[in-house]
Write a protein that binds this ligand. Structure first.
Ligand code: S3P
Length: 446
């Protein structure tokens, strides 16, 4: 990374008020670009998240031969090559900070006879790619990576792809999605199973693009997804709902800053993404979902939040996949609750943009919050609404959600909370500072 670190402080703020619309959902934005690039015809996307992660995916889809054109704010047109029509990129593909973009694109190209080189920033180059590359070998793809399955990775798509039966061993929507996308250009039917249910945006969008896909429940609570190969995808229009994982920061800020009262429009309410909202309600949050409706095959709604006294809870481990990206901000909410909040089943947090479990615990401790580290989670000892000292500096480890979560902590702590670098916020939520500032949040330069 060449740009200098950009520290920032979150400072005690008075009531947050107003109505906001957070940017488009990151998961759905990646998928709309990738499937648009594999479909025949013009896919029109509105509400696309124009953040670094998604822009890197747009660039990669373009490098494989699709036309990807920005027509206005959030409005993009993708003219795809048809399934199997991707050509060899002329250069290395740089996915920046994005695990989702890189892993999904690996899947999308794995059954087409092209070769591509994948790399990313210092954070992405530490993240495990073998979890996607190893099962993609079952389709006939081959790869070369640094020891430990690390980027840079050269992936050679299968010359003669074959259908696959595969059980995804960890709770990962990225691995599942890579395997589903690869199935599209294999002959026959591939069956991908998961024991733990994870976000289903790929399944939903594949059906909308006309793929032959069916999902059946398994007796153990899992699912088997069957995808017909040599598929023809037909271009569609995609209206991207607003990202609940970005909304989470404004929501928790409003809960913590006394007197706050805010409204968030058009937030994605897919049940595989709303675990944080349920947990906050169990903690006593005044969080109400109104105007619930369907848009493009996904549930959306508006969320009203008012400042609330929170109490500690135990998060059921089976809910973890439905809020996997929300633990940094939940841990901040827990610090302001009365009593302990117990979070377990968080192994996957170790392989996010940072070792998120370690980063959260270090950030809490730096700001005077007692937290016990468990093998698979943590117990945050809540200090009550006005009890968090703050005053610490948080190391973000190139993790956007660590940066945003601890800036929110500063809005309600006794002393400002400094994050060492906010540059990574642009990977998912470039408007964060402005949007939060518009509600009344106070930030000060490092
Ligand atoms: C995502 C899946 C999750 C999540 C990530 C987005 C996706 O990752 O953490 O932010 O869009 O499929 P894992 O599949 O690694 O759990």
């Amino acid at each position: 990374m060449s740009s200098p670190a950009r520290p920032l402080r979150g400072c005690r703020s008075s009531a947050l008020t107003g109505a906001v619309t957070v940017p488009g959902d990151k998961s759905i934005s990646h998928r709309a670009l990738i499937l648009g690039g594999m479909a025949l015809g013009e896919t029109r996307i509105t509400g696309l998240l124009e953040a670094e992660d998604v822009l890197n995916t747009a660039e990669a889809v373009r490098a494989f031969g699709a036309s990807v054109v920005r027509q206005g704010p959030g409005a993009w047109k993708v003219s795809g090559t048809g399934v199997g029509g991707w050509r060899r990129p002329e250069d290395v593909l740089d996915f920046g900070n994005s695990g989702t973009g890189s892993r999904l694109v690996m899947g999308a190209m794995a059954t087409t006879p092209v070769t591509a080189v994948f790399t990313g920033d210092a954070s992405l180059r530490k993240r495990p790619m073998g979890r996607v590359l190893e099962p993609l070998k079952l389709y006939g793809a081959e790869y070369d990576a640094r020891p430990g399955g690390l980027m840079p990775v050269t992936l050679k798509g299968a010359v003669e792809a074959m259908p696959v039966e595969y059980l995804v061993p960890m709770a990962s929507a990225q691995v599942k999605s890579a395997m589903l996308l690869a199935a599209l250009n294999a002959p026959g039917r591939s069956r991908i199973s998961q024991k733990t249910l994870t976000r289903d945006h790929t399944e939903k969008m594949l059906a909308a693009f006309g793929a032959d896909i069916s999902v059946e429940p398994l007796p153990d609570g899992g699912e088997v997804i069957t995808v017909g190969g040599e598929a023809e995808l037909k271009a569609i229009s995609v209206a991207v709902p607003r990202d609940p994982s970005s909304a989470a920061f404004a929501i928790v800020a409003a809960l913590l800053v006394p007197g706050s009262d805010i409204l968030l429009h058009d937030v994605l309410l897919n049940p595989r993404r709303t675990g944080l909202f349920t947990t906050l309600q169990e903690m006593g949050a005044d969080l109400v979902i109104v105007n619930q409706r369907e848009s493009g095959g996904e549930q959306i709604g508006d969320i009203k939040v008012r400042a609330s006294a929170l109490k500690g809870v135990e998060v059921p481990p089976e809910r973890v996949p439905d809020m996997i990206d929300e633990f940094p901000i939940l841990a901040v909410a827990a610090a302001f609750a009365d009593g302990n909040t117990i979070m377990r089943g968080l192994e996957e947090l170790r392989v996010k943009e940072s070792d998120r479990l370690a980063a959260i615990i270090a950030g809490l401790r730096a700001n005077g919050v007692t937290v016990q580290e468990l093998e698979d989670g943590m117990v945050v000892e809540g200090l009550g609404g006005d009890g968090v000292p703050g005053g610490g500096t948080v190391t973000t480890h190139m993790d956007h959600r660590i940066a945003m979560a601890f800036l929110v902590m500063g809005l309600a702590a006794k002393a400002p909370v400094t994050v060492d670098d906010t540059a990574m916020i642009a990977t998912s939520f470039p408007e964060f500072e402005n949007l939060m500032g518009g509600l009344g949040a106070v930030f000060a330069e490092g």
